[in-house]
Design a protein around this ligand. Structure first.
Ligand code: AMP
Ligand code: ZN
Length: 111
């Protein structure tokens, strides 16, 4: 996907503020943070939405990477992992990503 902003980050055509990376996933700080800690975890290969995720190993890698990043960033009091799926779910970037939010008291339900 040449015109996908997150694919460009994987290829370092755009340089994100990376907090974690391995062969399968990349985690970087959100450019418009909604909490003191706001990190996105993405698969390195282009998958548009959660509905297109069919690789169980990658699904696990994404979730465990989110937990690892939360630990690395000191969110021992708690945090939220969220996936916005398609328009009604509030998804704006169509490359699958997990939001990690923390560093303040989060409310429920989200808007
Ligand atoms: P979503 O609404 O779930 O698709 O979330 C997309 C997220 O990507 C938003 O929180 C944006 O602030 C974030 N975002 C968009 N462009 C960039 C960028 N260049 N670097 C970091 N985060 C970005
Ligand atoms: Zn992409």
């Amino acid at each position: 996907m040449t015109d996908c902003i997150f694919c460009k980050m994987v290829k370092r055509e755009i340089n994100p503020d990376v907090v974690f990376e391995n062969d399968e996933v990349l985690a970087f700080r959100d450019i418009h943070p909604k909490a003191p800690v706001h990190v996105l975890v993405i698969p390195k290969r282009h998958i548009e939405t959660l509905d297109e995720l069919d690789d169980q190993t990658l699904a696990g890698e994404l979730l465990l990477s989110a937990r690892r990043v939360a630990g690395q960033l000191g969110l021992s009091k708690g945090y939220r992992v969220a996936i916005n799926c398609k328009s009604a779910g509030g998804q704006e970037v169509y490359h699958l990503h997990l939001h990690i939010l923390g560093g303040r008291q989060l409310t429920w339900p989200p808007g």
